[in-house]
Design a protein around this ligand. Structure first.
Ligand code: KPL
Length: 292
């Protein structure tokens, strides 16, 4: 375990649902947490299981280089959130965002980028956030590698947190679920479970899942496929949920389509593959939501 005097100070860029969740567990583990973006905040996290609500006072960050950063803003705001932050050349970054590649080109070359995949769910708006499902969370680097020294301290206070080496398969599984469920539920304005009930939606979901399998299999022949079944399992487990993209579209906000389906399309372009169902759905979402 890391001795308390060596506990790093975590800077938070994005204090929404996911940022509040990370801040809560980091604090529970004894790490100081300060806010970089947007500003100092008082947050309340309540729990579905009726644990006492916890108020988090997140002070503004002191001046000086950032060595440990949590990026938890929505993906379209990544560049703005990181602009002019004094990142140390070897900054450790925890990325708690949907999609892939949202921090490409935004971090110093020596940064240690740790990806976070969670199946926990937090709902709400500033300043009140509600932990509705406390499930599993994985952290790890896309290329693999051992956990940093602070990880065991955090894992002792973050239920269901595991180190994944490498984390890529988990990221790809999450990406596919988001690439199918989010745009369809956003466009049709339906809860996740409707994808299983409506035959037309189910057929569209299956096409998106199959195209994702084709691409991911081309990127890595070891990819085991099965995205139709995996997406259906996520839609079943979250049947009553409003996906994050549906919520964004309902409030007229910019969506994360570019980091989710856009990432798949960029990889497909590189490989000379066409993903017509993803191309069409990206165009449809962009037509119905503000430009990034
Ligand atoms: O992660 C999600 C999201 O809404 O972004 C899913 C898995 C689709 C659950 O709603």
């Amino acid at each position: 375990m890391t001795p308390p005097s060596d506990l790093p100070v975590w800077h938070l860029a994005g204090a929404g649902n996911m940022g509040t969740l990370a801040a809560f567990y980091l604090r529970a583990a004894g790490f100081p947490v300060v806010v970089r973006r947007p500003s100092p905040a008082r947050k309340t996290l309540t729990f579905e299981d009726r644990r006492a609500p916890r108020t988090l006072d997140l002070p503004a960050a002191p001046a000086g280089p950032i060595r440990h950063l949590v990026v938890a803003c929505k993906t379209p705001y990544s560049a703005a959130a990181l602009a002019e932050l004094p990142l140390a050349p070897d900054v450790t970054v925890l990325r708690l965002q949907n999609g892939l590649g949202s921090l490409d080109g935004l971090l110093p070359a020596g940064a240690d980028l740790i990806e976070v995949v969670t199946t926990s769910a937090v709902k709400g708006r500033h300043p009140t956030h509600h932990l509705v499902a406390e499930n599993q969370t994985w952290m790890g680097r896309a290329r693999g590698g051992p956990a940093p020294a602070w990880f065991d301290t955090l894992a002792a206070h973050w239920p269901g947190l595991e180190w994944a080496a490498p984390i890529r398969e988990r990221q790809w599984r999450k990406l596919v679920a988001n690439a199918v469920i989010n745009p369809l539920t956003g466009l049709y304005d339906v809860p996740n479970g409707r994808l299983l009930e409506d035959p037309d939606l189910r057929a569209r979901a299956d096409r998106l899942a199959d195209e994702a399998d084709t691409l991911l299999g081309a990127l890595d022949p070891a990819w085991s496929g099965g995205s139709r079944q995996q997406v259906a399992a996520v839609a079943r487990a979250t049947a009553g949920n409003t996906s994050s993209m549906r919520a964004d579209m309902q409030r007229g906000a910019v969506t994360e389509i570019d980091a989710i389906n856009g990432w798949l399309l960029r990889q497909a372009d590189r490989l000379g593959l066409d993903l017509p169902a993803h191309r069409e759905i990206v165009a449809a979402v962009l037509e119905h939501s503000p430009a990034p």
